[in-house]
Design a protein around this ligand. Structure first.
Ligand code: B12
Length: 245
């Protein structure tokens, strides 16, 4: 039995989806199966070692992310959504995923040339999900943004204080729960009250968010995924803003 078969039971549970033609993006003889399995079972030590090996083999960091790290993570994500696994298992998978992200992040950032703008990113109050916003951060850095990532469960005051201190061009609020998307609106309202709303462009994202919600909560834009987020951020940089004092 191959590793891929081992981690992809077909008894009605979610199965591992292999990236199409992944063999074409790695040196001959390379295998990702053991990394998929390491992320799946949450072995962050093996994930760290394997990602280092992939970096040494000069595999493009974006390929490491998409073909190496995501399959095992997505499999567990699907199982979590289907309530086949629960928070403890999902957390250890997230820890392994983050061990891999930590290694490729500086490489992607180094591929960018000069800062195109300053972006303050965070997950809103009450929400602990940070995988998606970490990926958006990596992609923004790769596109040349200086990103200050505040992490998760961020109070509106912290966003405002940091945007002020860093003279941010853009701020981004991530939310993954239908209960916490509300804090995207609260945080936007707080920027308004603080007199800073016209000094920054505000982007929102996260799985339960939509363009309609972005319009309703008063954001300047909504990004479906990291690629859209970067596109949007670059577009918004061209739009006028009131300067910070
Ligand atoms: C991993 C995970 C967890 C982990 C989080 C670990 C971590 N460090 O992030 C743990 C186990 C801690 C967790 C906890 C909970 N979770 Co959870 N979790 C997930 C899961 C499986 C994956 C989320 C994820 O990382 N997706 C992958 C990333 C890449 O996608 P993404 O976040 O959407 O980000 C992309 C885009 O949205 C966009 N984007 C994201 N942010 C931003 C920001 C900006 C500015 C822009 C422009 C774009 C953008 O770009 C990203 C990259 O493409 C989802 C289900 C799923 N399959 O999505 C449930 C899910 C989000 N969780 C859910 C729930 C219910 C919970 C809990 C309440 C469970 C509980 N009973 O306690 C707790 C809440 C804890 C809290 N207070 O936050 C529900 C939410 C349902 C809802 N609609 O409210 C989901 C949908 C699962 C489900 N179907 O039931 N969870």
């Amino acid at each position: 039995m191959s590793n891929a078969e081992f981690i992809a039971p077909t008894n009605g549970n979610p199965v591992l989806i292999e990236p199409v033609d992944w063999q074409q993006r790695v040196p001959e003889g390379w295998e990702w199966q053991s990394l998929w399995e390491a992320v799946e079972v949450g072995n962050h030590i093996y994930t760290d070692e394997f990602v280092r090996k992939a970096i040494d083999a000069e595999i493009d960091p974006r390929v490491i992310l998409d073909d190496g790290l995501f399959p095992g993570f997505n499999l567990q994500g699907d199982r979590f959504s289907a309530q086949v696994i629960f928070i403890p298992e999902m957390l250890i998978t997230a820890r392994a995923m983050k061990a891999g992200l930590a290694l490729i992040r500086p490489l992607l950032a180094a591929m960018a040339e000069k800062p195109v703008g300053t972006f303050v990113m965070g997950t809103v109050l009450g929400d602990m999900h940070d995988i998606g916003q970490s990926i958006v951060t990596i992609m923004l850095e790769n596109a040349g943004f200086n990103v200050i990532n505040l992490g998760t469960d961020i109070h509106p005051d912290k966003f405002i204080e940091t945007a002020e201190k860093e003279k941010a061009d853009l701020v981004g609020f991530s939310a993954l729960l239908s209960t916490t998307v509300y804090y995207q609106k609260v945080t936007i309202d707080e920027f308004e009250k603080a007199g800073h709303r016209d000094k920054v462009k505000i982007l929102i994202g996260g799985a339960p968010t939509t363009q309609d919600w972005a319009d309703e909560c008063g954001a300047d834009g909504w990004g479906r995924d990291a690629v859209q987020a970067v596109k949007l951020a670059l577009e918004k940089m061209k739009e006028p803003r009131t300067a910070w004092n």
